[in-house]
Design a protein around this ligand. Structure first.
Ligand SMILES: C[C@@](CO)(OP(=O)(O)O)[C@H](O)COP(=O)(O)OP(=O)(O)OC[C@H]1O[C@@H](n2ccc(N)nc2=O)[C@H](O)[C@@H]1O
Ligand SMILES: Nc1ncnc2c1ncn2[C@@H]1O[C@H](COP(=O)(O)OP(=O)(O)O)[C@@H](O)[C@H]1O
Length: 281
């Protein structure tokens, strides 16, 4: 039986849209922290040119799966004459703003770089990752981080509190594209600073647009606040919302009360990716 490799989720502890570029993409400031909720991936060698997937996200065809796309990119860049079968035990909700697909891609790049002995440096893997999606590089960077640009300019934040959170998925899937193209989205905010974030400026400026278009997200936020959860906010472009609790027991108790069909988890922030050392050369 092949080894299991984790692909953890991320939270955006704050997110600020600063500007819109001429190509339509938005300049952001955000803080990424990993959490101890993860997909699990297994990799089995196949002959050259053979790439396949089992398990994985429902409704995503194998060829579109970010893990398969990542494997093919690495094989191309590294001149690898091997294929791979990837099995994904999917635990992270899709379109949740917790980066499940991006994390699957990052774990694939980190692990296959070892198994195939491609010997690419962390920065080179991050570059391949950036070509797959804006959130992929931070999972390869492997440290909690302040991010700018589209999320590719990263500065490690190793001393973030590794807090306990309740994470709630209100059973809707938010399209990132829909939110960023919404005419009512406020696209220009005065840039913030790491100091301001650490002092409590944790706003996600996508939140009003997401809540107006997806009322379930607002209901989920209100439910968490009514349970005594603090500093409740949206992660990424949603749909997940999360907030602070004192400890694991309180988080578990609140998560256990979540009304169906919503789902909730007790999670903990982690400043190091579980595969950080595997990517180090
Ligand atoms: C908002 C963030 C914050 O972490 O998280 P998620 O909610 O997706 O997890 C990410 O920047 C999302 O990154 P990612 O999910 O890879 O987005 P992409 O697929 O690259 O972009 C989907 C679409 O959103 C818009 N988009 C995305 C990112 C960005 N900085 N500006 C944009 O305008 C573009 O219209 C793009 O076509
Ligand atoms: N392995 C994968 N896991 C999840 N989603 C994937 C995967 N591969 C491709 N996708 C696509 O990426 C989209 C974004 O998924 P995900 O990263 O989970 O959400 P988000 O960007 O909101 O955090 C999905 O809607 C799906 O179409």
């Amino acid at each position: 039986m092949s080894e299991n490799y984790p692909a953890p989720a991320k939270l955006n502890l704050m997110l600020r849209v600063i500007d819109q570029r001429s190509d339509g993409y938005h300049e952001l400031q955000t803080v990424f922290q990993f959490i101890d909720l993860a997909d699990q991936l297994q990799f089995d060698s196949r002959p050259a040119g053979r790439f396949s997937r089992s398990g994985g996200p429902e409704g995503v065809p194998e060829a579109n799966d970010l893990s398969i796309r990542a494997a093919k990119c690495l094989a191309d860049v590294g001149g690898v004459h091997e294929g791979v079968h990837i099995h994904i035990d999917k635990f992270l909700p899709m379109g949740g703003g917790i980066g499940g697909g991006s994390s699957d891609a990052a774990t694939t790049l980190i692990v296959l770089n070892r198994l195939w002995r491609t010997g690419l440096r962390r920065e080179e893997l991050m570059e391949i990752g950036a070509s797959l999606g804006a959130d992929v590089p931070v999972f390869i960077f492997g440290r909690g981080a302040w991010a700018e640009g589209l999320g590719e300019r990263l500065q490690a934040l190793d001393a973030l509190p590794e807090s306990h959170y309740v994470l709630l998925h209100p059973q809707v899937s938010v399209s990132t594209r829909e939110i960023f193209t919404a005419p009512e989205l406020t696209r220009h905010h005065v840039p913030s600073t790491i100091g301001a974030f650490l002092g409590g400026a944790t706003e996600n400026t996508l939140e009003p647009t997401v809540c107006a278009r997806y009322p379930e997200v607002e209901h989920g936020t209100r439910w968490l606040k009514n349970q005594g959860v603090h500093d409740v906010r949206l992660t990424g472009s949603g749909a997940c919302v999360f907030g602070l609790v004192a400890d694991n027991i309180s988080a578990q108790q609140i998560a256990a009360r979540v009304p169906a069909p919503w789902r909730a988890w007790s999670v903990r922030g982690c400043n190091r990716h579980p595969l950080y050392d595997l990517a180090e050369q």
